[in-house]
Ligand binder design. Sequence first.
Ligand SMILES: [Zn+2]
Ligand SMILES: [Zn+2]
Length: 509
Amino acid sequence: MEKKERDDDRTALIFLGTGCSAAVPHFRCLLQPSDPPCHVCSQSLTLLPHLNPNYRCNTSLLIDYCCEEEDGRHYYMIIDVGKSFREQVVRWFTFYKIPRIDSIILTHEHADAIHGLDDIRSLQPRGSAIDTNPLPVFLSQFTMESISTRFPYLVEKKVKEVPRRVSQLDWRIIEENCDKPFTSSGLSFTPLPVMHGEDYVALGFLFGNKSKVAYISDVSRIPPSTEYAISKAGAGQLDLLILDTNVPSMRGRQPTHLCLPETLEIIKRLCPKRALLTGMTHYFDHHEYNEILAEWSLRTSGTGSCNRRIGKGRRGLHYRPLDLADCREARGGLGEEEESGGKSGSGGSGGRGGMEPSPAVKRDGDRAEALLEGNQGFAMHCSLTTRSFKGLRRPRFGNNDEALAIAETMHGLRHLQLFGNKLSNTGLSAILDNCPNLEHLDLRQCFNVNLVGDLEKRCSERIKVVRHPNDSTHDYPFDATVIDMDSDEEDKLNCYDFDNYDYDMYIDI
Ligand SMILES: [Zn+2]
Ligand SMILES: [Zn+2]
C-alpha cells in the first residue's frame, strides 16, 4: 500500500474503526450467505480492505495531537482498543506513520472497546516487565472493576517467579461527570455520560480548545445534562460531532444503540457545524448512505436559519451544503475561545452562527486534520476526491455545484484538490473570484476545465502551485484510472461514482 507523507504540524483525527461490535463483514454473511447475498459484506471477498469503505473494524478514534505549547510535539491518544485493535494498528498505524501510543481513553468495558488491551504490550519496549513505562489508561471505576475481573493479569502487580510479558498499564480513574474534566497527553477531555441501553452508562468525550469535538460512539440516549454540556448553551456550538448510528431504521433497532433516525434527530437538536457517523453494522452501504445523508443535509438546511441558495428562490438551486466549516466562522470560534478561556456562554455570538449540520458515514482510515498558521486563522485544505474515482477523458456531464459551493462558503481556502471533478471554467472562475488566498490548486482529471487564455493567466499569476487536468497522477494515492469514453462502452458508466466524495477537513483542536 502506498504510504502518505506525515505532516508534522497538524493535529489529526484518524478513524481506526467505524464498525459495530461484530465488525463488517459479518461472519454469517460470508459463511452462510443469504439469497441474494449481503451486498455490503460480499464486497470483502472482492475488494482489499483499504479499498473497501464497507470494511469496518470496531469503533475507535486516534487523536494525533500536535501540541503547540511543546513546539509541535505529537501525542497519540486512542479512544478504545477493541477486538480488532491489532488489525487496526497493522493497517492504519503503518499507513499514517503513527509510531506509538501515549495514552488510552476507554468509553466502556464491552469487548469491542477493551479486548485489544492485551496487544498493547507489542507497542511497548521490551525489557523487564516490571520496569517498562506503564501506559496511562483513563477509565471509569465501573470499567476498572470489570477489567480487574476479566483481565486480572493486566491489573495485579504480583512479582512472578517466572516473569511473563504483559501490557504495562497505568490505570487512571475518571468520573462519569461532565463537570470533572481530565487531561490526557496535554489535552483536556470532558467525560460525557450517556445511556448505552437504559441499564448501562458509557462515556463519550468532549475535547478541543479552539474547535470543539464531541465523540460519542456507544449510545442509545443522551441524558439532558450531557446534552446541555455539548449544546450551544453549554459549551458553544460544536465544530464536529462524531456520533453512533447502528442500524438505518427503527425496525430492528438495538435498545443499546441509536438508529439513524434517532441519530439525525440529535444532530438537528445539537446543530454541529459538521457531523460524522460511526459504529455502523452491515446494513449500511457506505456510498448509498452518504448519498442519503447529503440529501438529508440539503433538506435540513433548506428549513434552517442558515439556508444557503444560489439564484432566486428556486428550490432546485439549493446547493448541497459541504461538510466543511467556513474559515471565517472558524476564526470567530478561535477568538471566542481565547477570550473566554475555553468556557461556555458564547454560543449566540455572530462568528459561530454556523453551518448547517451535514453528516456523513465515515470509513476506517479516514482522517480529519487541523492546521493553524500563525495568527491568520485556519488554513483549510479542502479535498473533494473519491477513493475510487475514475476520470473521464470526454465527460458528458458538467456540474459546477461543488465549485460554486466552495466559492460561496470557503473564502479563506488555501489548498484545494478537485481531482476528477466535473466543474467547468464557470466553476473555476467563481473559485478564483472568491478564494483570494488560494495557494495550491489540483485540477487533475477535471476534463471539463479548459485552462487557456485569461483563465490560465489568472491561475498562474495568483496560485503558487497549479496541477493541470492532464498532469501526471503518479503521486495520487488512490485509483486514478482514466477511461476513454471514445471506447463507447456504456456499461463503464456504471462504475463511475460521480457524486461520492471523501473529504479531508482541517480543524484546530
Ligand atoms: Zn452482511
Ligand atoms: Zn458497547
